[in-house]
Design a protein around this ligand. Structure first.
Ligand code: NOJ
Ligand code: CA
Length: 548
């Protein structure tokens, strides 16, 4: 292929592919069955040489009682001993930077652990200086809950604290009390934690449930959900019975994001730092508002549209076209097909269609996030009830909300436990039964594997200005089971043709009429093709370079 490598003016995070690592599950370096930072350092070459990703996002590694596996932080400026220490973190950053890989870390502003010293102080007495750092409320006169807010993880969002006889708010577990961001001291302390990591060299933050940090100051009841069915991208059980009007996304959140952006910008003079934020908002104009009215808030609110799209050519195209229309001028899109909270893509849509999803993810306009193991086609691992770890599954069993299946150990090789940990150690979650076939070593040596496909797509993306920065133009007049689009930069044009059906489909394009297949998802053809009469096999996607 004759793609040109071009230098560019875009910041690194616009050209980057972000690879999400769930540290507990990536690589266990010291034989306790739990992945750790030194394990990630050991695999630095995998990230750079084998994959060639530009950035890693590390899920939390802070000291934590692990009630929500690190999303319950007891200290924002250290490393949990299970994962290593600050020196290992520094080494991780140094090894990544040496290889041109940026490091994005998870930052959890909405809540702390109940073991955080701030909460420990806050719950001591009503007049403790830290009391107002969390959200406390009296019972109603009849002794009932302050309002009807619900925890995402099941049950009410309020827990009674006997000692001071008030309720505290927790959007997630009762062991994850919500911080009170309307208190300027909370903001100052939390911004200090950002400075701590920026000064240690991190390149950005993935902000956990970012829009949840500001709530209605009057704590009004949420209205009932008038529509049956779910509100976000999947059914959340009882949580779907209300419209979450007052328990998140109060407009004040934009002020906080603007101030956070100013903080990041002050460090970006040296080199660009990025804010990527978890925002589950499917009203696209509301979603787009998180870029900021003057593009002065978040660099990228995560776009979760593909998590809820019906997996058809039309369904996926509607998400992409909708997003392209919604992204404000000058702002940058992004795409997500999986993460540590969602069933894996290869399980959701099946292995053949997961190859189409990989081509889609790596050829759309915008920064892709790739979840560890998806490059191998890893699938969800069924977890027997007695081995369940995820508190969400424990709280509301049987609804399919548990997230252990997508967090199982990375499959490195055909050795016991897939090489994740030593043979005589039990990994914290079971390894997939198919690990002898689905693993890095086996797939590296198989020229048609999912790993080979991912590596080649990553390579093509890296060297193509059209794929990284070019415009997106959907192509009409194709079978309705196909999604076809052009990516164009200057005179450089690439056509992506994806067949979402299991049957052969014919394309009859007149403009462009000719091109050359750079890669097929089947990894078995390349070279010139006549697009006026072009056949795509079942579940085949092709990336076609067009003559300039
Ligand atoms: C979203 C995170 O991705 C999820 O894993 C976590 O449980 C909740 N936020 C609470 O922090
Ligand atoms: Ca370990």
């Amino acid at each position: 292929m004759t793609f040109d490598s071009q230098s560019s003016a875009e910041p690194w995070w616009q050209r980057a592919v972000i690879y999400q690592i769930y540290p507990r599950s990536f690589r266990d370096s010291n034989g306790d069955g739990i992945g750790d930072l030194a394990g990630i350092v050991e695999q630095s070459d995998y990230l750079s040489e084998m994959l060639g990703v530009d950035a890693v996002w590390l899920s939390p590694f802070y000291p934590s009682p692990m009630a929500d596996f690190g999303y319950d932080v007891a200290n924002y400026t250290d490393v949990d001993p299970i994962f290593g220490d600050l020196a290992t973190f520094d080494e991780l950053v140094a090894q990544a930077h040496r290889r041109g890989i940026h490091v994005i870390i998870d930052w959890i502003p909405n809540h702390t652990s109940d073991q955080h010293p701030w909460f420990q102080a806050s719950r001591l007495s009503r007049d403790n200086p830290k009391r107002d750092w969390y959200i406390w409320a009296d019972a109603k006169p009849d002794g009932s809950l302050p309002n009807n807010w619900l925890s995402v993880f099941g049950g009410p969002a309020w827990t009674w604290d006997q000692r001071t006889e008030q309720y505290y708010l927790h959007t997630f577990l009762d062991r994850q009390p919500d911080l009170n961001w309307s208190n300027p001291d909370v903001q100052a302390a939390m911004f200090d934690t950002l400075r701590f990591w920026l000064e240690r060299g991190v390149d950005g933050f993935r902000i956990d449930v970012a829009h949840h940090i500001m709530k209605d100051p009057e704590l009004r009841d949420n209205p009932p959900n008038p529509h049956p069915g779910f509100l976000l991208h999947k059914a959340f059980g009882e949580y779907d019975s209300q419209v979450h009007l007052y328990d998140k996304a109060h407009p004040e959140v934009h002020r906080v994001f603007r101030e956070l952006r100013r903080l990041l910008d002050s460090y970006s003079v040296e080199r660009p730092r990025v804010a990527v934020a978890e925002i589950h908002e499917f009203d696209l104009s509301l979603w787009a508002s998180y870029y900021g009215a003057h593009l002065d808030e978040l660099h990228m609110p995560f776009n979760f549209g593909l998590l809820r799209a019906p997996w058809t050519a039309q369904g996926v195209r509607a998400v992409v076209d909708g997003l392209e229309a919604a992204v404000p001028a000058g702002a940058w899109p992004n795409y997500v097909v999986g993460n540590h909270d969602e069933p894996r893509i290869a399980t959701r849509i099946g292995p053949a269609r997961a190859r189409i999803a990989m081509m889609l993810l790596l050829t759309l306009r915008g920064t892709p996030t790739l979840y560890y193991g998806d490059e191998l086609g890893m699938r969800d691992v069924p977890i027997p009830p007695e081995q369940v770890q995820d508190p969400w599954e424990q709280n509301v069993p049987g609804l399919g909300l548990g997230r252990d299946p997508q967090r199982t150990p990375m499959q490195w090789n055909g050795n016991p436990h897939a090489g994740f940990c030593p043979p005589d150690v039990t990994p914290w979650l079971p390894v997939a039964a198919d690990y002898e076939l689905v693993n890095v070593v086996a797939e590296r040596d198989d020229q048609r594997s999912m790993l080979s496909l991912t590596r080649q797509l990553l390579r093509l993306r890296r060297i193509s200005q059209a794929l990284t920065a070019g415009a997106y133009h959907p192509v009409d007049g194709v079978p309705n089971t196909c999604f076809v689009y052009l990516r164009q930069w200057d005179s450089q044009r690439v056509l992506v043709a994806l067949n979402f059906s299991g049957e052969q489909q014919m394309l009859h394009l007149s403009e462009p009429a000719h091109g050359s297949v750079a890669i097929s998802t089947h990894l078995d053809r390349e070279g010139p093709v006549d697009l006026t009469d072009f056949s795509l096999r079942g579940h085949e996607g092709c990336l076609i370079e067009l003559a300039e």
